[in-house]
Every structure is written in structure tokens, then in C-alpha cells.
Design a protein around this ligand. Sequence first.
Ligand code: HEM
Length: 426
Amino acid sequence: MDKPAGSLPTAQIPRQRKPTARSGGAELRLPTTRESPFDPPAEYRRLQDEDPVARLAFPDGSHGWLVSRYEHVRALLADPRISSERALGSNPVREVPPEARELQQIRPGQFIGMDPPDHTRYRRLLTGQFTVRRMNALVPRVERIVADHLDAMREMPRPVDLVRAFALPVPSLVICELLGVPYADRAQFQRRSRTLLSMTTDGPTLLEVRDEMDGYMRALVQAKRERPEDDLLSGLIGRTDPPGRLSDEELVNIGNLLLIAGHETTANMLALGTLALLTHPPQLAALRSDPGLVEQAVEELLRYLSIVQFGLVRVAKEDLEVGGRSVCAGEPIVASLAAANRDPRQFPDADELDVSRRYSPHLAFGHGVHQCLGQQLARVEMKVGFRALIEEFPSLRLAVPLSRVPMRDDMFVYGVHELPVTWDEP
Ligand code: HEM
């Protein structure tokens, strides 16, 4: 029998070297405290200048590295000597609760945590579904969904929470239609993904939610085996060619990965991006007066906000050098997307939001083999979403002071928990 895709050759995992403390001072922990809602913790700038590949202490007592310069982050993420698979147990912000250790096992189909060639097999099966062409073909449908939600929002008593009225439901509905997940079930899967992506969820709850998600998706896969429809999941189920034939367990894990990744991220970009525009009036005015800027504005907001706030974790498969430092096989490395996207060596006036910035490749979608599969979909949703929101609500503004907007400091995907907004009657 074939080795199940994604299984770990545990015996080959290099053991981590003995922890070493930083010389002459406290150990460096991943910086997480922000001084302003839009900027990454200030400590990153110091590290970029003085210690760009820094020794990092993990909450479980292990040690690794924090990489903060654009040039190093980009090179590292494209380096075949690093592993996503072996990084599953390394969490730079919280120790994984002992009861939830089994969540660190890769499961068939969970390709975000796999290395080639297992990763490659799944990625190839899905890439064709997410091409620029296919995503552009979705534009009219996304426009309809956006328009319907804005129409409904207009009728609501003000102030309105933009997250609940717009930013969350739009990408949720789009990914549901694409995958073939009934939108009527959204309350459950939105709650589950919020719980999974929170830093404060305890171990038993993590497992409970994971099991609920599995049960839900298993029933859906079963239903689609019996009555296939015109959607991505049915398409995957219907494949009988050897590389494409997938077990129920693989389908369940792929379905859940796409469902979570497909709405939480874009939802937070829509809400946090709106907040950034509302609090940077010259940028909002520039976009209003030239809606053609929306494409650049989306890329700039992705760069400026970097919602995957704690970076990407990898483990060195062999000894390697990063920015002149020697990284040993088995050591975990955090590649900070938020720091890299604000690196002044790459982006002039890196801390300025500038919607007319000439395109420069940011790393908000990652880089290398795992670079975001859904990025074209996310771009379509953001372009259509920001453009319509700005056009339809010319007097849109925050309904509370910025300091009272609850930020998602406690979540792996940054953003806002709520965004109270208001506007004038036309
Ligand atoms: C603005 C929105 C989004 C952001 C900022 C974002 C960010 C990212 C990042 C940084 C990665 C790389 C993870 C790594 O290297 O370990 C990633 C991977 C991924 N994203 Fe997104 N994402 C977004 C939207 C979406 C959407 C709409 C989907 C829809 C299906 C999606 C599906 C995925 C998947 C499946 C992967 C794993 C790819 C792989 O391992 O080959 N993402 N995303």
C-alpha cells in the first residue's frame, strides 16, 4: 500500500540542538505588542537593523531564529532546504496545549503543512481551479454578492458593524459557492474557524472543534458522492485518475482547509483595509477620485497590513546559512511577513500607506511552493469589495474613535473583531 500522503518520516526528523541563550541579556521572544493598530511591533525595525537573523526563544522552551529582512525572508521561503512539515510542532506565540498535540500530526490532504512531493500532488490538483482566468470569470458573481450585501447594509439601523454586514459574509458566501458548502451553515463554520484561529482556545476545545469540522465536512462529502453538483468539491470527488483519486479523509481535510483559509483571511483584509482607508483620508480621497487605482490599493493594503501577523514557521532540514548566520538542521525559523513588508531596504517610505505606490512584490501571500493558492480569488474579492463600498457609501466613516475599535491582537490572522461604521443619508 502506498504511504499515506503527508505522513511524517519521524525517524528522519533531525533533533533540535541544545538551546542557547542570547548572549548578555534576556532571551528574544516573538514581538507581538503593537504600538499602533496598523504597524507591526516596533521591535522588528530594531531587529532588521541590528540583528536581522536573531536567536528566538519559543514558548515551549526550544530555540530557533527570527528572520525580519525582506531579502532574507523571500530567499528563505523559496529554499528547498526548509520544511513546513517539520514545523508543525513549532509555535512561536503559544505552547500547544498537551491535550491538543495530536493536532500537530499532518493529516492526509492538509497540504499547507506538507513538503514536496506530497505537497506537490495536492497543489497540482487544485491549482487549475484557482487560476487568474477562472477567478476573473467569477467577477460578475462577486459583484452581485457585494451589491446585495451593500443594499442590505443600507437598510440597517446605523451604526453598522461592517464585519458582520459585509466583510465576513462576502468571502464566506463566495467560498461556499465555489466549494459547494451550504451557506445556511455559515454560523457554525464561522464560529469554528474563529475558535481554531484564536491564540487563547484551550486544548480540549481545539480538538472538539476540529472533530465538529471533520464531521460536518464528512457528511457533505458523502452527500456529494451521492448527488454531485457543479462545484469544486464535487469536481474533486469525481476524479478517478490515479493522481486525482482522493479518499474521503483527504477530501474532508482539503475541504476544511479551503473553507477556513478562504473566508477568514479575506474578511479581515476587507475590514482592516476599510479601517486603514477611513483613518488615512488623503489615501481614501485618492482612491475615490481615481477608482482605477484600486488594483494598486489592494496590493498596498496587503503589504501595509500583513494580516498573517506572526509570520510563517519552517524548520531547517539541513545546516544552512541565512543572512550570514548558521542555522542548524532541526531548528525552527520564523519568517516575519509583517516585518519584511515594512523593510525600508525594499520599500521606500515603508511605513507609509500609499495607494498609488508602484507595484513592488510584497510577501503578504507568502512565497515559494506554499504561496497562497487563493490569492487571485482574494484579489478579486478585495478589488470588487473596496471599489463598491467606496462608491456606494461616499460618506462612510468610523462610528467610534479608532482607539475603541477592538483589534485582533489575539488571533493568528490580524484584523478587527468589529468595525462600527456610519454614513449620511443620501
Ligand atoms: C487576503 C487574503 C489572504 C491572505 C493574506 C492569505 C495568506 C496566505 C499565506 C501567507 C499563505 C502561505 C502559508 C505558508 O507558506 O505556510 C497562504 C496559503 C494558502 N492560502 Fe491563502 N491567503 C488569503 C486568502 C486565501 C483564500 C481566499 C483562499 C481560498 C481558497 C486561500 C487558500 C490558501 C491555501 C489553500 C494555502 C496553502 C497553499 C499551499 O500550502 O500550497 N487563501 N495564504
